[in-house]
Design a protein around this ligand. Structure first.
Ligand code: BG6
Ligand code: MG
Length: 215
């Protein structure tokens, strides 16, 4: 009954969190404060501007205008794109390419559903574009996860009903987005964090097509 697999990008296909962290940390440091890797966990799956709001909050920075916030986010993104520009296919997470390919070989449709506006760049650097029938990302979506928009758009582009879709997500907000869209969910990470997922695996290297039948 599963006809399509929709994948979040950051944290599922590739580990960009470390680059996001470095760039946000540099921005915070320039403003005179710091934040921990533990705090960085809260930024996973969160949009660029929402991430900035959280970080400004951690630094008790309350005096920024909207224009200044846009400038700060752009500065961070410039550093971030510099780093992801150096990425190679070697940075694809273990088992990711193999599992997506296995889905396709089995006749399932595949799509990316990501909040990131840098999705096209990252997929190109990783040479993964040919593996996806549809790419829905931060450039085409207006309401952030946990709203289901990103995944519903993906399902629509694949022409598959939501109940026949499985979403692979590493962020709680992403799991909730999929549930809100009426889709099945596989959490990537730890079961303690992703409590609402139908099932959780540590990575796509632990996924097989047989597991999908059990959802
Ligand atoms: C998500 C990441 O996939 O994309 C977040 O998990 C990030 O950390 C968000 O903030 C937006 O990314 P970008 O590339 O548009 O700044
Ligand atoms: Mg993610």
């Amino acid at each position: 009954n599963i006809k399509a697999c929709l994948f979040d990008l950051d944290g599922v296909i590739v580990d960009t969190a470390v680059y996001h962290y470095k760039a946000w940390k540099r921005l915070a440091n320039e403003m005179g404060f710091d934040f921990t890797e533990h705090q960085n966990e809260q930024l996973k799956g969160v949009s660029r501007m929402a991430s900035l709001e959280l970080i400004l909050g951690w630094g008790n920075v309350t005096n920024k205008t909207e224009a200044e916030k846009l400038e700060l986010a752009t500065r961070k993104n410039d550093w971030y794109t510099e780093m992801i520009g150096q990425m190679t296919p070697a940075e694809i997470l273990p088992g990711a390419r193999e599992f997506v390919q296995a889905c396709r070989d089995a006749g399932l449709k595949t799509a990316i559903g990501s909040a990131s506006k840098n999705t096209p760049t990252i997929l190109a650097k990783l040479e993964l574009l040919p593996l996806f029938d549809a790419v829905v990302d931060g450039n085409s979506v207006s309401i952030p996860k946990p709203d289901p928009e990103v995944f519903l758009k993906g399902a629509e582009e694949l022409n598959v009903e939501p109940s026949a879709c499985v979403v692979f997500e590493d962020a709680l907000a992403g799991i909730e987005a999929a549930i809100n869209g009426g889709m099945k969910t596989v959490g990537i990470g730890s079961p303690d964090m992703l409590t609402r997922a139908d099932m959780v695996v540590s990575g796509l290297d632990k996924m097989t097509l047989d597991i999908l039948d059990k959802l």
